[in-house]
Design a protein around this ligand. Sequence first.
Ligand SMILES: Nc1ncnc2c1ncn2[C@@H]1O[C@H](COP(=O)(O)OP(=O)(O)OP(=O)(O)O)[C@@H](O)[C@H]1O
Ligand SMILES: [Mg+2]
Length: 275
Amino acid sequence: MSPSTPSAPPRHAKISFEGVHKRYAGARANAGATVALERLDLEIAPQEIVSIVGPTGCGKSTALNLLAGFETPSGGRVCIDGLPVNGPGSNRGVVFQQAALFPWLTVMDNVTLGMDCRGADAAEYRPRAQALLEEVGLKGFEQHHPYQLSGGMQQRVQIARALIGEPDILLMDEPFGALDYQTRLLMQKLLLRLWQHFRPTIVFITHDVGEAVFISDRVLAMSRRPGRVIADVTVDAPKPRDYEFMSSTAFNELERRLLLAVQNEVERDDPAMAH
Ligand SMILES: Nc1ncnc2c1ncn2[C@@H]1O[C@H](COP(=O)(O)OP(=O)(O)OP(=O)(O)O)[C@@H](O)[C@H]1O
Ligand SMILES: [Mg+2]
């Protein structure tokens, strides 16, 4: 770069973790504390889809819960648009692994409950909920109850509910982890279609490295607890993506790199691997 070339403007981070520590006190007075996260630094750009993979117990859900505002950091800062998170907010939609739906409410009422609670105008959001349910493939199921739906359909309801307030951040904790392989593929494509429409920043936690590569702009691999980022892999493929991408050499190479990174962490210090 020549000295006269202006440097690129700093990229505005939608989400940042700055030296984040999270320590959970022991359940009993004499039980030791758990350090879930230590010096976690990361930045996510607006509208980026970032997946986080890593060994079980490394602090992935903890990181997501800090972002959701369900937990507070013991040190460092978790920021959205440069401001520290200080509780849950309507700018973030959250989707969990188990469909956390209210069994006594219909699909439509599950989707719109949050809007009702916020005192929003039903005449405005009901048609939006209807359109969203159509978009996630649940037209005709509006008056069904969760027990009448398959696991995949329940996750579709959760996603519609997370999107109804048009949040600019979607936080997803193993949202497709309990689904069968074929349904998971359908849901991954659905998520990319919804992203195309709403363009939220997405933080997606998964144990499935292939899933992470398929849907993401960037995949972060975390170390064993206390979790830090040990690999930051960019997936340089245009979206939307299809199954051809999944069988490409580029995809396989990224998946292999990430699998190795995670596997090394899983096996590190495991006495069974010492032989
Ligand atoms: N509320 C809590 N109180 C005490 N300890 C907790 C709490 N939540 C998480 N932990 C501990 O913090 C560590 C990280 O947990 P976390 O749920 O963030 O892991 P994870 O990476 O999401 O794991 P998994 O892949 O199994 O979902 C674990 O040792 C866990 O026992
Ligand atoms: Mg978890």
